[in-house]
Design a protein around this ligand. Structure first.
Ligand SMILES: *Cc1c(COP(=O)(O)O)cnc(C)c1O
Length: 377
């Protein structure tokens, strides 16, 4: 048979290139997750589907490490969950402090401005963290109702400590929104213990599912703010009060849930629970260490310092004289390995390597290291 030519044929015949996804996302899916997506459709109010929804919420609480009632997957990617966090908390005129040290905190600021927030930004260069002192100083200069932080900055490879900052924000009467898009299910995250008010994520990074859902959780302080809003949430689709009526006991239709995506998420979460969340954090850390050790043997340098380097995503400095885009292209064409290029300030300066979810396996690390050795060695 002739090789299939067009994309429809490629998909139907399952002849798409067998990529090893080691970029900033999406990551690889466990075959069990893909299989779950082939299950027959149910209606979004079918009692059998409603039962699956309950399981999803229960398992999301497990991975978020929370008892928060208001915990559910937004129908949309991580950015939709980010927007849900901001749209529901920020009212026109609210003081919002955004800690900008990378691409995704800039996006938080952009969204907060669109919802009428009085946005103030503090800055660190791309590759640094915010210290407790940085945030203390900013809040001393002027209080904020809402503070936004990115725990795992996928653009810089930095892991931002958030627990102490949450306590500080609360002492000042504010709430903390945390972006855990590249951390949930891969890096230690303790929503209740660290008293985080809103935390959001996505399906396609450390949870190892396809893109399309954005898990989010609202703690008691955030719920209280929702109930005391002066204005309606300006975004109808992401209004948590409406979503809660569908995900809670009332089961009121809001939008047609992406049923198949939710099958995938449920299976992905079941896999996390089988592995055990702490074991999963440990696996991500171990495979990252294997990668970092191998990079150093190759003479390659990580952009983020070891003290706050992110296990799920490593930024590798492109050596002098190397065409970074050509290397990425060659890795894809020759070894089927996808890695990412730099974003924003780091464009052209780093490669971004994700070891997330099902992609975080020693054989992938070893293959990538050997491929890099051949490319630049
Ligand atoms: C990927 C990512 C997002 C955006 O998620 P999408 O699923 O691409 O919409 C937001 N924040 C961080 C830190 C990310 O890595």
């Amino acid at each position: 048979m002739a090789p299939p030519s067009d994309i429809q044929e490629l998909i139907r015949e399952n002849h798409l290139p067998p990529r090893i996804l080691l970029g900033p996302g999406p990551s690889l899916c466990d075959p069990r997750v893909l299989q779950a997506m082939a299950a027959p459709l149910l209606g979004h109010l079918d009692p059998a589907y409603l039962k699956l929804m309950d399981h999803i919420q229960e398992l999301l609480r497990y991975v978020f490490r929370t008892q928060n009632r208001l915990t559910l997957p937004i129908s949309g990617t991580g950015s939709a969950a980010m927007e849900a966090a901001i749209a529901n908390l920020v009212e026109p005129g609210d003081a919002v402090l955004i800690c900008v040290n990378g691409y995704f905190s800039q996006r938080q600021a952009e969204m907060a401005r669109r919802y009428g927030g009085q946005v103030r930004e503090i800055y660190r260069s791309w590759g640094e963290i915010f210290t407790l002192e940085d945030v203390t100083r900013a809040l001393d200069e002027g209080p904020a109702k809402i503070v936004c932080l990115v725990q795992a900055e996928t653009s810089t490879g930095v892991l931002q400590p958030v627990a102490e900052i949450a306590k500080l924000v609360h002492r000042q009467g504010g709430l903390l929104i945390v972006d855990a898009v590249t951390s949930l299910g891969g890096i230690p995250l303790e929503v209740d213990e660290w008293e985080l008010d809103i935390v959001y994520s996505c399906s396609q990074k450390c949870l190892g599912c396809p893109p399309g859902l954005g898990p989010i959780t609202f703690g008691p302080r955030a719920e209280a703010v929702l109930h005391n809003r002066r204005t309606k949430v300006a975004n109808w689709y992401l209004d948590m009060a409406l979503l809660e009526k569908y995900w809670g006991p009332e089961r009121v239709y809001h939008h047609t849930a992406p049923i198949t995506m939710n099958y995938a998420l449920l299976e992905g979460l079941r896999i996390v629970a089988e592995e055990g969340i702490q074991n999963r954090w440990e696996r991500h850390r171990r495979n990252a260490q294997l990668f970092w050790d191998g990079l150093s043997d190759l003479g390659l340098v990580c952009h983020a310092p070891l003290e706050y380097r992110l296990p799920s995503l490593t930024t590798v400095r492109v050596p002098e004289g190397v065409d970074e885009a050509a290397v990425r292209r060659h890795l894809l064409d020759t070894y089927h390995i996808e890695i990412g290029g730099g974003l924003g300030e780091l464009k052209g300066k780093v490669w971004r390597v994700g070891l997330m979810g099902y992609s975080s396996q020693p054989e992938n690390v070893i293959l990538l290291l050997e491929a890099l050795r051949r490319e630049i060695g």
